[in-house]
Design a protein. Sequence first.
Length: 82
Amino acid sequence: AMLAATATMWDVLHWGGETQALIWDPRAKKVVGINALGVAPTGATPGFFHARGLDYPPPYGPLAAVTPGTPGGLLVMLAEYG
């Protein structure tokens, strides 16, 4: 369902975002949390941005601080839980 929603509901979900999900795992008989937040590159340090005259990472563009987490999260959900 998450894959279908991401592919069709562009106003609220998209590939460039972050994803959190709770999934019932019938094998383990427990709820599993998937936290697919983006990660910052190792070089995205305060010094890197200060050297470019920035106090903070910009919200858009190639210097934005985070890479999308949704694609990886969806792949984990599909691989582990179908």
